[in-house]
Every structure is written in structure tokens, then in C-alpha cells.
Design a protein around this ligand. Structure first.
Ligand SMILES: Nc1ncnc2c1ncn2[C@@H]1O[C@H](COP(=O)(O)OS(=O)(=O)O)[C@@H](OP(=O)(O)O)[C@H]1O
Ligand SMILES: [Mg+2]
Ligand SMILES: [Mg+2]
Ligand SMILES: [Mg+2]
Length: 351
């Protein structure tokens, strides 16, 4: 089955959301930070991106029944004091749509925006089609002025069948370990993948796309690895122990968000290690798009036990310990290093 029209719609939605996010990141002031009840930072751009993606998918695919599993909801915006933020979000969305000019429509109201945000409340699951959206993945990176991604995927009967990753601050050229990239002078990258069709990358300003492939290295000594920028999101000591056991020589490359999956899909590094602290439950929107972008580029994404990720269980992933990503040749060696490091860390709980 081809998902051509869905992929086209997803690329359009993610690209417009990226424009909105870029505008906000450029103008980012402390007052853009809005504290959610769980205390994670969430910005007008998170909500704006989610509403815009939902709106654009509805416009581009008007005959499809629509279900979306997305990170944000409008509860805080509906509370007292949310009105001013809602007005700013609504203006941002209307400005983005009007400068794009694709749709002939009257401006959206605040109520339209709240409804669009709340279309992301689906539970997903094993049957039917569900869009899966992280409107800004790597919120902390976004606020810091670093990497973030708009991550959109489609589940069909419990399987990820397409994925789009818009990475506004990722240069088209490969990234290395110590570079800090200037955010002003680049368009950013759009990765997209459809099941059976490979992974492609283009510039967010619409350049011709090129097919990308994961690194083909078989030699761990040549491989570098990605991990979360935030130590609170992944156990850096455990990754370091795995890398040492595997014979990786390069220091970790720490970048925020699913930009890691995008960078890996084009061979910037060969391994991604993600080991959250005990008790954390991974959400499907943090991995769905990244997973297909890497697997269609020839990579393998599994949990720490070597099992493929199962996106059919609802809003959460049900996982063994962590997530590991690499090419097919390195995976058996990586799994062994993970097993060894995990059993050592259980024997030495301080690790
Ligand atoms: N405690 C904990 N452990 C593991 N993961 C967590 C945790 N808390 C949050 N998150 C999720 O991490 C998402 C950000 O992805 P990364 O960890 O790749 O980014 S970072 O490098 O750490 O910034 C981030 O996604 P966003 O909320 O979309 O930014 C979260 O869903
Ligand atoms: Mg979040
Ligand atoms: Mg996320
Ligand atoms: Mg997010």
C-alpha cells in the first residue's frame, strides 16, 4: 500500500509547524515559557505547532477520518489566565497560514485553536489509523536555542507506516562532536520515510531531496554514539560503560530530541543509546517518526533486550529497560555490550 498523499500532507504540516517554531525561537523571551502542571517547560510554540499540524492534516486529507495521539492538550489554556497565551498562539498560527498562502480561509478563532489542539487526545492502539505527533520534541533544547524536532508519524493497524522529522536547527551537512552550529544561517532539515520506500532528506526550505543511509561501519572503534543532552533523560554513565565495552573511542555526541534519529539516518554517527532513569515510561510520539526514519535508512531500533518497539499499545511504549539504535552489522555486538553493562550495573547499583 502506498501512503503518498498522507506523506505529502505530513511534510506540509511539519514544514509549516517548523516555520512557526522558528519564528518563536528567534523571538524567544522568558515570558514565552508557560509552566505546565507537571512543571515541564511548554511554550506557545508547542501548542501552536500541535494546532497547526492538526489543522493542515485536516485540510490536506479532508475525506479521511481523523485520529491523532499527540503530546499536548488545551487544559491549561482553558484555565483562568490562559486567554492571553491563547491569543498569542492564535495570532502565530494565522500569521503562519497567511504568509504560506496555501489555504483560502478566514482567520482561525481561539476556539478553533483549542479544538485543533484537543484533536490529539486519541489513545492510539492496534487498529485503524492514528497520527502520532510530538509538536516540539526537545522542548528543553528549543528553550536553550539548541536542537529540537517536529515529529509526525502515521500508525496503520499498529505499525508505523510513515514518519516525518522536521529539524529546524540541524544543518544539511554532517554534524560532528564538538561543533556548535549557528542557528541563524541555515534552513534546517526535513527527513521523511515511508514503509518500503527508504528515507529521504531535504532542506526545510524545499531543496531537492536525497536518499540517506545509516553508517555502514562494522568497526566499533570508528563508531560514534548519540545520547540525550539532558542527563535527567538518559543515564550517561551507563552509556559510557556500554561504549567502553563495545570499543567505541569517540566521546558521546549529546544533542536534544529526535534530531538524533535524523542525524543517525544519514550516518553522522552509528549508535544511539537511551536509558531513562528507573520508572520513566516512554511515549510513542518520542520515537515513532524517528524509528521509521532510521529503519527505512537501513538501521535497527530495539529495546535493550533486542525486541522491536511496539507502537500498538496506546500512548506509551512497553519496553525492556532502554532503547538502542545502530546498523544491522553492529547490533549483535551492541546487544552483547548492553547485556554486559546492565548486569554489571545491577551488581554495582551506583552506576
Ligand atoms: N525523565 C525522563 N526520562 C527520559 N525521557 C524524558 C524524561 N522526561 C522527559 N523525557 C522525554 O525526553 C524527550 C526529549 O528527548 P531527549 O531526551 O532525546 O532530549 S534531550 O537531549 O534530553 O534534550 C522529551 O520530549 P519533549 O517533552 O517533547 O521535549 C520527553 O518526552
Ligand atoms: Mg514534553
Ligand atoms: Mg518529545
Ligand atoms: Mg514535545
Amino acid at each position: 500500500m502506498s501512503y503518498e498523499k498522507e506523506l505529502k500532507a505530513a511534510k506540509k504540516a511539519a514544514s509549516l509547524a517548523a516555520q512557526l517554531c522558528q519564528k518563536v525561537q528567534k523571538a524567544l523571551l522568558q515570558s514565552d515559557v508557560h509552566s505546565k502542571s507537571d512543571k515541564s517547560p511548554v511554550t506557545v510554540a508547542d501548542y501552536g505547532s500541535q494546532a497547526l499540524v492538526s489543522f493542515v492534516l485536516g485540510k490536506e486529507l479532508p475525506t479521511d477520518s481523523f485520529s491523532m495521539v499527540a503530546e499536548e492538550d488545551s487544559a491549561d489554556l482553558r484555565e483562568d489566565g490562559g486567554q492571553e497565551t491563547l491569543e498569542r498562539i492564535t495570532k502565530l498560527i494565522n500569521d503562519t497560514l497567511s504568509s504560506d498562502g496555501s489555504y483560502d480561509l478566514s482567520p482561525l478563532s481561539g476556539e478553533d485553536v483549542l479544538t485543533a489542539i484537543d484533536s490529539g487526545k486519541s489513545e492510539g492502539g492496534p487498529s485503524g489509523r492514528h497520527w502520532v505527533l510530538d509538536p516540539i520534541d526537545g522542548t528543553k533544547g528549543f528553550l536553550r536555542g539548541d536542537q529540537y524536532a517536529i515529529a509526525l508519524a502515521l500508525l496503520d493497524e499498529g505499525k508505523v507506516v510513515l514518519g516525518v522529522l522536521a529539524c529546524p536547527n540541524l544543518p544539511l551537512q554532517p554534524i560532528g562532536n564538538s561543533e556548535k552550529h549557528s542557528l541563524q544561517c541555515q534552513a534546517g532539515c526535513l527527513f521523511f520515510a515511508e514503509v518500503g520506500g527508504g528515507t529521504h532528506m531535504q532542506s526545510l526550505d524545499g531543496s531537492l531531496s536525497t536518499k540517506v543511509h545509516v553508517s555502514s561501519t562494522e568497526n566499533p572503534a570508528e563508531a560514534s554514539f548519540f545520547e540525550s543532552y539532558e542527563a535527567a533523560h538518559s543515564l550517561h554513565d551507563l552509556s559510557s560503560s556500554i561504549a567502553t565495552k563495545l570499543g567505541v573511542q569517540a566521546p558521546p555526541v549529546r544533542i536534544d530530541s529526535q534530531a538524533k534519529y535524523g542525524a543517525l539516518s544519514r550516518g553522522d554517527g552509528a549508535i544511539y543509546l537511551r536509558f531513562p532513569h528507573k520508572g520513566y515510561r516512554e511515549k510513542i510520539w518520542d520515537h515513532a517518526a524517528g524509528c521509521i526514519v532510521v529503519s527505512e535508512a537501513g538501521g535497527v531500533v530495539t529495546d535493550a533486550g533486542g525486541n522491536p518497539l511496539d507502537f500498538s499499545k496506546g500512548r506509551f511504549l512497553d519496553l525492556d529497560t532502554g532503547i538502542i539504535v545502530t546498523n544491522k552489522k553492529l547490533m549483535p555486538l551492541l546487544l552483547k555490550a548492553v547485556r554486559d553493562a546492565l548486569s554489571e550495573s545491577q551488581a554495582t547499583p551506583s552506576l
